[in-house]
Design a protein around this ligand. Structure first.
Ligand code: AMP
Length: 216
């Protein structure tokens, strides 16, 4: 199964992608996670992209496409994947089709998670992430047992630079303008399905599974 999951920052893409991985035994490829790891390790690539992320801007297509080219060379993609946070521009979507074509693969579905502006702001501003293992918490919805400390690995929790209010607005503005052509692109190919992303993650997931069951 080859899926992409679209949706605004804070829309719950990562959470749903992790559930899809468990349910369908596919791999999750998150460009955001790959990039954050590079930034944390202060690699050449990480230093190049950190300013874009901190400003809430998209990393240039040429860099993201190179990252994806490398990632898709790994054998695990043959088990199926869910791409989380990619594509985010029409250029990336067209690249993805081309490279999958060369690998004799094709996308089954593009899932678009729709969430209101108010919900996004609430989710993003309360999100906290473990510096060590990347596990996500929320000040309101998913608190750790000890404030500021990860339940799983005891790592320190932090607020992503791009989850600060002034950056959130910018990310949402850019997301909307870049993603619309991508949504049209998948819609015209008949592989897009929209999911209402309000409410509890488990309910959203069961809607996704229902729809996938009908499509595949
Ligand atoms: P995310 O975790 O998906 O919200 O991504 C965090 C940040 O990484 C974004 O705000 C962008 O700066 C960058 N990023 C992740 N995926 C992409 C992509 N496909 N194209 C461009 N920039 C990306």
């Amino acid at each position: 199964m080859y899926l992409v999951i679209l949706g605004p920052p804070g829309g719950g893409k990562g959470t749903q992608a992790k559930r899809l991985v468990e349910n369908y035994h596919i791999v999750q490829i998150s460009t955001g996670e790959i990039i954050r790891k590079e930034v944390k390790e202060k690699t050449l690539l990480g230093n190049k992209v950190s300013s874009f992320i901190n400003r809430g801007e998209l990393v240039p297509d040429s860099i993201i496409i190179e990252i994806m080219k490398e990632r898709l060379k790994k054998e695990d993609v043959l088990d199926g994947f869910v791409l989380d946070g990619f594509p985010r521009t029409l250029k990336q979507a067209i690249f993805l089709d081309r490279i999958l074509g060369k690998m004799s693969l094709g996308l089954d579905c593009a899932i678009d998670i729709e969430v209101s502006y108010e919900t996004l702001i609430r989710r993003l501003s309360g999100r906290r992430v473990c510096y060590e293992c990347g596990f996500e918490y929320h000040l309101e919805f998913r608190r750790p047992i000890i404030f500021g400390i990860c339940d799983n690995c005891k790592g320190r929790l932090y607020r992503r630079e791009d989850d600060k209010e002034e950056v959130i607005q910018e990310r949402l503005k850019i997301y909307r303008s870049e993603i619309l052509p991508v949504i049209d692109y998948y819609e015209s190919r008949g592989i897009l399905f929209k999911i209402d992303g309000e409410g509890k993650p488990e309910r959203i997931f069961s809607k996704i599974v229902d729809r996938l069951g009908k499509v595949l």
